[in-house]
Each structure stands twice: as structure tokens, then as C-alpha cells.
Design a protein. Structure first.
Length: 191
């Protein structure tokens, strides 16, 4: 699954005509291939390192309950460190929440429960150790943490960052630091 998924994302991202389109395409593949109920991309509202994050694309399936979650998501601006996209930006790492309805810090918990959303995953698009976008997805079933998938998503985030860099759409941000305190490398060999 991971190799096929990675190839599909790389193919779609490679077809993009800009960074935002690359994130939209990656979210769509995530949505389709992982059987998710919702996938979205988040980018900073401006070039400042403390700019709030906002949804730039979103695809979903579902009725009125999902519409309420979608509306709440579209109206949300998250500071770095808050919510799933904010945590992705803060940690520079893929994140997995097994059940958002049990996660006390998940501020969209009630509308997620009403929309029958359970597992959430998120991963960063990285350029030179900076997160420039976060992709998040939600499943309607509880899925145990899949480290192989998270590793694949982090690698895809580096590919997406390379696409963004190619289009020069990446804004300056704070570089992520590795546990040793030095900026995290953006090479494929870094985990």
C-alpha cells in the first residue's frame, strides 16, 4: 500500500502548477487512496512566522453533520501549535490521533463526533527544514497508529516541499530543529 500510495502522490504532486495546487492534489490522493471522509490542506495566512494557519483546500463526503464540521474548519484560523495542523507545524512531524472524539485538546471534537469522524492524520510539507503546509485527513473508523504510513507521509511531505521550492511559493518560516538542536535536514534519509 505505502509504495503504491507514495507513487500516486508523487505523480499528482509532480503535475501541479504551483505549491498550493500540489497540496490540494496530495490531500485528494490521501482522501481517495486511504478511504478518508475528509482531507484538507492548511497554509499560513501570511509570511510572518507566527501567521495563523487557514484551510486552503478541502474535500469530503457526508451530509449535514459533515457540513457542520467543514464549515467550522473553513472558519477556523489556528495558531502554530494548536489543533492537528498547528501541531504538525510546531513539531515538523507527521501526527496520528487514533480517536479525535477522545482527544480532549481537539477543539473540533463535538462536530467531528457528529460527523462520525474518528482517526485523524496530518503531515508537513517541508522546504529546507521549514513547514510550509500541513495536510490532514479524517477516517470514520478508529485506526491504530501506522508508523509505516506516517513515515511514508513524511517522505511525501519532503517531495511536496521540493515542488513548492521549484515554484518559489514557499514563504520564510522558522526552521525545524532535530533533537540535537540543529536544523532538521530535508533529505530523504532523515526520519
Amino acid at each position: 500500500m505505502s509504495q503504491h500510495f507514495a507513487e500516486l502522490v508523487a505523480l499528482e504532486v509532480g503535475r501541479a502548477s504551483g505549491a498550493s495546487e500540489a497540496y490540494r492534489r496530495a490531500a485528494r490522493v490521501l482522501y481517495d487512496e486511504l478511504g478518508l471522509a475528509l482531507a484538507a490542506s492548511w497554509e499560513p495566512r501570511g509570511p510572518e512566522s507566527d501567521a495563523p494557519l487557514m484551510v486552503t483546500s478541502l474535500c469530503h463526503r457526508g451530509g449535514e453533520a459533515m457540513a457542520a464540521f467543514v464549515e467550522q474548519t473553513h472558519n477556523l484560523e489556528l495558531p502554530v501549535g494548536e489543533g492537528l495542523p498547528g501541531r504538525v507545524f510546531e513539531t515538523c512531524e507527521a501526527q496520528w490521533i487514533e480517536d479525535v472524539t477522545e482527544e480532549k485538546s481537539f477543539d473540533r471534537r463535538e462536530t467531528a463526533a457528529a460527523a462520525n469522524l474518528r482517526t485523524a492524520i496530518g503531515f508537513p510539507a517541508l522546504v529546507e527544514g521549514r513547514v510550509i503546509a500541513a495536510i490532514e485527513g479524517y477516517a470514520t473508523d478508529v485506526r491504530p497508529r501506522d508508523q509505516a504510513l506516517l513515515d511514508t507521509l513524511e517522505e511525501l511531505g519532503r517531495v511536496m516541499g521540493a515542488v513548492a521550492d521549484r515554484f518559489s511559493d514557499a514563504e520564510e518560516g522558522e526552521p525545524c530543529e532535530s533533537p540535537s538542536g540543529s536544523p532538521a535536514a530535508s533529505s530523504a534519509s532523515t526520519s
